[in-house]
Design a protein around this ligand. Structure first.
Ligand code: NAD
Ligand code: 6OD
Length: 502
């Protein structure tokens, strides 16, 4: 049977001059309205869709529908049946794999190879992992003695939080959204999601997968729009939203924290990073160069876990910089759909201007440019897209703004170190604390240094390997709380401890 997607750009085979309409999804229905905003393809700057911005009344309706859904069939389902439906969501994603990939590629400009090897498979995996985990999730129980010598049994039961507001960024749109939606639903909540205004498509396409999987209406709702004064802020302020789970910039996290204060909602925050990599002279050189090339340039440097600060032991510094430069210059920026492309554009003109402003600043701060620093010229429509060159700097002081502030582009600063202590001190000298990577053949040193990193995740001789059951989150400006495995289930549920005198 031919399936037509409402929010994938390919299925209807529209001629180039017709753009699609991406609508809100409320109470099981796609809902349009005014105003609309443009969804732009970062590879050539063209408008690929118009998007309905949810007004305050529509956000209210979505929250009301989500609340009602908790009182209906969804609230009555056994854990086993809930898990079965989440597996069906994963099936539905896999059945429309190419639609999801195309929609993600069109919205983000990321290489098709990346969307099809990382973003979309991970979205399906998120549903499968949390569906399986909720079935196995045990709870504590304690038998205690009462003051008068009798016994009491304590045991906890898990209940949903209620309506969860899910606010997500544009860099890994479907992956990060499903990373939150899947455990929230596994725990029996309903959700109202507000995807990034830059990447509205796959969250909307997911609504179709939810329908196909038999997720009752009102359980999954999508409201499109922006942050302040728009759908994002409506959600965070709303008294009937029980919790907010947010991934995005640290300063947005701060604004949301203020906004949720009056209604005292729990928050889970996955925020920015200025991640360090430490490369010791005893590393496997080839592996480290390859690993760092991924860690700096994957997804055009737009992964919160990317390394923007690379510390290399003095003995191999020059050789390492040269090898990383060769990797950067060997990348293939290009049309996202072309097989050989492994570097897409940045997400928007505005974000490109931010990245280029850091290039200007690096010059002012006295950096030595090793490679890049500009905008590639293609001589075709891509020149209207938002590409930048992969860039490497050396020579900055550790206090330079380019070493302290998150840039979120394909760029790093490489600095030498002489001792392990110095490397650890430099890596930890940041207000952020999301991720670090350590490259050494000395595993004893790997453990020792890893345990000194003030971050939520440290990789040794690898980067971005993610077992979905492990804790994920950051310290300092990088976030509050941990998601992943049982940590997600604990955030997305309330525990009620029951104490029975025996
Ligand atoms: P952003 O903070 O600008 O936007 C994220 C989302 O928040 C969007 O949906 C946006 O519309 C919404 N928003 C903005 N202001 C809001 C407000 N006042 N109230 C409610 N919602 C609001 O982030 P971005 O530019 O989309 O993403 C890039 C940032 O995200 C980087 O800083 C990156 O490090 C971070 N990030 C972190 C992680 C992580 O897991 N720690 C993962 C991915 C991205
Ligand atoms: O892999 C994940 O689950 C995760 N949260 C990745 C975050 C990537 C940041 O851009």
């Amino acid at each position: 049977m031919l399936r037509l997607c409402l929010s994938c750009y390919d299925c209807l085979g529209l001629p180039g001059n017709l753009v699609k309409l991406i609508r809100n999804y409320i109470d099981g229905r796609f809902v349009s309205g005014k105003p609309e905003f443009a969804d732009v393809n970062p590879a050539d700057g063209t408008t690929i869709a118009h998007v309905t911005e949810a007004n305050a009344a529509q956000v209210d309706e979505a929250i009301y529908a989500a609340r009602q859904a908790l009182r209906g069939e969804w609230g009555q389902l056994s854990v086993r049946e809930r898990a079965a439906r989440l597996h069906r969501v994963a099936d539905a994603i896999e059945e429309r794999f190419d639609c999801f990939v195309q929609a993600e590629v069109a919205d983000t400009g990321k290489p098709l190879s990346l969307a099809s090897s990382l973003d979309v498979p991970r979205a399906a995996a998120n549903f499968r992992v949390f569906a399986d985990l909720i079935k196995m999730a045990g709870l504590e129980s304690f038998q205690t003695e009462t003051p008068d010598g009798a016994q009491a049994l304590n045991y906890a039961v898990r209940k949903p939080l209620g309506v969860v507001g899910v606010i997500t960024p544009w860099n890994l749109p479907l992956l990060l959204l499903t990373w939150k939606v899947a455990p929230a639903l596994a725990c029996g909540n309903s959700v109202v999601v507000k995807p990034s205004e830059e990447t509205p498509a796959t969250a909307t396409l997911l609504a179709e997968a939810m329908q196909e999987a038999g997720i009752p209406r009102g359980v999954y709702n999508v409201v499109h729009g922006f942050g302040p004064g728009s759908a994002g802020e409506c959600l965070t302020q709303h008294p009937d939203v029980n919790a907010i789970t947010f991934t995005g910039e640290s300063k947005t996290g701060a604004a949301i924290m203020k906004s949720v204060a009056s209604t005292v909602k729990p928050v889970s925050f996955e925020l920015g990073g200025k991640n360090a990599a430490i490369v010791f002279a005893d590393c496997n050189f080839e592996d480290a160069v390859k690993g760092l090339s991924d860690a700096v340039f994957l997804n055009t440097g737009q992964v919160c876990l990317c390394a923007e600060r690379v510390y290399v032991e003095g003995k191999i510094f020059g050789e390492f910089v040269e090898a990383l430069k060769a990797k950067a210059e060997g990348l293939n920026p290009g049309w996202p759909n072309e097989e050989k492309t492994n570097l897409g554009p940045l997400i928007s003109a505005q974000h490109r201007e931010k990245v280029l402003s850091y290039h200007r600043l690096a010059k002012e701060e006295g950096a030595t440019l090793v490679t890049g620093g500009g905008v590639p010229q293609f001589g075709d429509d891509r020149d209207r897209g938002f590409y930048v060159q992969p860039t490497i700097y050396t020579g900055l002081r550790e206090s330079a703004r380019c070493v302290k502030e998150e840039i979120f582009g394909p760029v790093c600063h490489v600095a030498p170190f002489d001792s392990e202590e110095e490397a650890v001190a430099m890596a930890n000298d940041t207000k952020y604390g999301l991720a670090a990577s350590i490259w050494t053949s000395n595993l004893k040193r790997g453990h020792r240094v890893a345990q000194q990193m003030n971050v939520g995740i440290t990789w040794v001789n690898c980067w971005f390997l993610r077992d979905l059951r492990t804790p994920f989150g950051g310290v300092g400006l990088s976030g509050i709380g941990r998601e992943g495995g049982m940590h997600s289930l604990n955030f997305y549920s309330e525990l009620n401890n029951i104490c029975i005198r025996l």
